[in-house]
Design a protein around this ligand. Structure first.
Ligand SMILES: Nc1ncnc2c1ncn2[C@@H]1O[C@H](COP(=O)(O)OP(=O)(O)O)[C@@H](O)[C@H]1O
Ligand SMILES: [Mg+2]
Length: 261
């Protein structure tokens, strides 16, 4: 079976600096990965490759069986769902929440404000229900709380029924209740066999939802550990990745970490 993602020796260099160095990574269908690493480690840059938004400076990247550089990225991108702060910033604050979700299928292929099919509205409504934002359809995006916005973005990212779902720090900026609602929703998603292959980026161990199967740890643009999460996410790997003596706990399906003293 072809890999969903296959990176071989991938480096990204900008202004003489390596943002990523020699990354090898294979993601198979149905896997749910978390990418963990400190600020500036290169997590967002790595996700941009997986989103077909950035090409490696050197090395090979294959997405959904297509080699980056040899495929029309405009055909590839609708097959990949993305939620990131950069994309959220581009959503007009005055747009209705219902339109934010339903327009995703059209926005990714460069169409805008066309008449949507009834089936699109049904799918948008089902996704909004799944993430607990169905009552917000008529509100404008700008009036939502940060937590509501994150859940609307998730619904939008899934609207095209993508084969690969990429979530860059979906819990950033949320308060405790907002984070817990989001992590619960993500846990349900990651535990659903029908859900797409997923990659979630975070630097907070507490935000790893249930259902995550694999972890890739990144520091200074280099992979420090990668593999099945329970073999990979260890005190030793976390300590090496963050440069601080850290101890992990895994209780009731959730992770936590604190400095060892
Ligand atoms: N276009 C660019 N030119 C130079 N440096 C960049 C560029 N984009 C990002 N960086 C730097 O690359 C590093 C990795 O960035 P990023 O992938 O956003 O990290 P993370 O998401 O893990 O915080 C950071 O130090 C950032 O400042
Ligand atoms: Mg980032």
């Amino acid at each position: 079976m072809a890999a969903v993602v296959e990176l071989a020796g991938v480096s990204i260099v900008r202004g003489g600096k390596h943002l990523l160095r020699d990354v090898d990574w294979r993601i198979d269908e149905g896997e749910r990965w978390v990418v963990i690493g400190p600020n500036g480690a290169g997590k967002t840059t790595l996700l941009q490759i997986l989103a077909a938004q950035v090409h490696p400076t050197s090395g090979l990247a294959a997405l959904l069986g297509e080699l980056l550089g040899a495929v029309d990225v405009f055909e590839l991108r609708p097959r990949i769902g993305v939620s990131s702060a950069a994309l959220a910033d581009r959503i007009p604050r005055g747009e209705s929440v219902g339109d934010v979700v339903v327009s995703a299928a059209y926005a990714t292929v460069g169409r805008w404000r066309e008449a949507y099919d009834p089936v699109d509205y049904l799918r948008a409504a089902a996704l909004m229900r799944q993430f607990g934002v169905e009552h917000l359809g008529r509100r404008t995006f700008g009036t939502l709380s940060e937590g509501e916005r994150k859940r609307v973005q998730l619904a939008r990212a899934l609207m095209t029924d993508p084969e690969l779902l990429l979530l860059d720090e979906p819990g950033a900026g949320l308060d405790l209740a907002g984070r817990e609602r989001l992590v619960t929703a993500l846990g349900d998603l990651c535990s659903d066999e029908e859900a797409p292959t997923t990659v979630l980026v975070t630097h907070h161990i507490e935000e790893i939802p249930a259902g995550i199967t694999h972890a890739l740890m990144l520091a200074d643009g280099m992979v420090t550990a990668a593999g099945p999460i329970h073999e990979t996410l260890t005190d030793e790997a976390l300590t090496r990745t963050f440069g601080l003596d850290l101890a992990l706990e895994f209780t009731a399906g959730r992770w936590a970490a604190r400095a060892r003293r």
